[in-house]
Design a protein around this ligand. Structure first.
Ligand code: ASP
Ligand code: MG
Length: 438
């Protein structure tokens, strides 16, 4: 059995929902995870934001807009009066719930209950449509099995217990439809797996049940070998190792949420990225296979700050790096890249919200230099040290670019370069020309 996840644009209009319905009603039994229709979660965030600001009127107005936007979908999605009526009744109830939540005092709990409505809406709409089409569908509430613990970590056992019982008891249903993103927390309240978390839902279920494949359906044809927004002639990558995909997802490839890789990887369940607009295209397969000596892709991460700390006291001293890393830990700021020399260390961070106190503390340790507006360029593939000569090949693309830092050897799958933001596009293009033109 497979699990298929469809993102916000794939269910963004009634027409797209019908395309999804076609894709999932091929007769095989499957679990389907949906995001909210595109734009909905952002609208819900805005509604909650008005509540936080005690602007009840604007929150109410936004709910009104959302409701009329949704009502317009009814005649376009359903053919029968029964289908239309079912959806209308559901919307009525649903928007009363939303108004009720919005009239309460603001709290994070209420905010999360509001954010959850997007996925509740999309899954009900598709369920009613599939029912109208005569497909054996069953809507399963994610709030019944998706849990996070007190550290906000998802729990695998409840997923396994709930679904294995369900699948054993119900042998009739073809499509088990469920919400991505939403869950309950340790207090039993409605919570979520963070923005973009629907991929994570699919991966967690696929891993907990050891399914055959986790399919992530979006509107691009897989993960590309470079960023198509900046580079011409990029191509989808046919296959990636889990580690390669994790690096790419973290370093910029927007197609897959970075957290989504881990559960699938631990369970050894392959992940396939597919395109709803081109359902027959092969997409990208992510599994445990490493293709020897192949460089797969390039990704870039913006808004990076580089910090250099130089001190003659570092020479032959022990504990110098610990003192530096402790400062970042204290300010809960994670470090992406590190490069050291005998007298100093350079590191990069992507969250600079605590930069001022961090720099203040670092000044007690050494001379500090900060460069903002930097960009990490990350080359991903089989980069084990036995592959002689490839580093020279990669760096030949940088002949015209000033490199601020290099990080190689941290994993077998990645070499990263820190460059100025202005140099990003030309570096990405030069790397594509060097590495991917035959
Ligand atoms: N609807 C949620 C969001 O927009 C979750 C998702 O789409 O993955 O973040
Ligand atoms: Mg997404």
């Amino acid at each position: 059995m497979k699990i298929l996840k469809f993102g916000g644009t794939s269910v963004g209009t009634p027409e797209r929902m019908k395309d999804v319905a076609k894709l999932i009603s091929d007769g095989s039994r499957k679990i389907v995870v949906l995001s909210a229709m595109s734009g909905t979660t952002n609208s819900l965030v805005e509604i909650a934001d008005y509540m936080r600001k005690r602007n009840v009127e604007s929150a109410g107005a936004m709910i009104g807009h959302l409701r009329s936007r949704y009502k317009k979908h009814i005649p376009n999605l359903y053919d029968t009066d029964e289908g239309k009526q079912k959806c209308e009744d559901f919307f009525k109830e649903e928007f009363i719930t939303l108004q009720r939540l919005a009239s309460q005092d603001f709290s994070e709990t209420t905010e999360k209950a509001i954010l959850a409505q997007g996925e509740i809406l999309s899954t009900h709409m598709l369920t009613f449509y599939l029912q109208e089409q005569g497909i054996r569908v069953r809507l399963i509430s994610a709030l019944d099995y998706m849990r996070i613990d007190a550290d906000a970590e998802p729990m695998m056992m409840p997923i396994y217990d709930y679904w294995s019982k369900l699948l054993a008891e119900d042998t009739e249903t073809e499509v088990f439809l469920t919400q991505g993103f939403i869950c309950r927390n340790a207090q039993g309240e409605i919570d979520n797996l963070q923005r973009g978390g629907s991929d994570y839902t699919a991966s967690l279920i696929g891993a907990a049940l050891h399914l055959e494949e986790i399919q992530i359906w979006t509107d691009i044809d897989g993960m590309h070998n470079n960023d198509p927004r900046f580079v011409e002639g990029t191509r989808p990558v046919r296959q990636l190792h889990f580690e390669e995909a994790a690096e790419l997802a973290y370093f910029g490839a927007k197609i897959l949420h970075p957290t989504c890789i881990q559960p699938a990887r631990y369970a050894g369940v392959p992940v396939r990225l597919l395109n709803t607009m081109q359902p027959d295209a092969p997409g990208t397969l992510i599994n445990n296979v490493m293709q020897p000596g192949v460089i797969k892709a390039i990704a870039a991460k913006d808004n990076i700050t580089a910090i250099k700390v130089v001190s003659s006291r570092m020479l032959l001293a022990t504990g110098f790096l610990r003192r530096i890393f402790e400062i970042f830990e204290r300010y809960k700021t994670s470090i992406d890249m590190v490069a050291t020399s005998e007298v100093g260390v350079s590191l990069s961070i992507d969250n600079d919200s605590r930069l001022t106190p961090i720099v203040e503390e670092l000044k007690k340790v050494g001379t500090v230099e900060v460069d903002q507006d930097m960009c990490i360029i990350c080359v991903v593939g089989d980069l084990v040290r036995e592959n002689k000569g490839f580093l020279g090949h990669i760096t030949s693309a940088f002949s015209d670019v000033a490199i601020r830092m290099v990080s190689y050897g941290g994993s077998n799958h990645n070499v990263s370069f820190l460059v100025r933001k202005e140099d990003k596009q030309k570096t990405l293009q030069a790397l594509s020309d060097t590495l991917f033109t035959d």
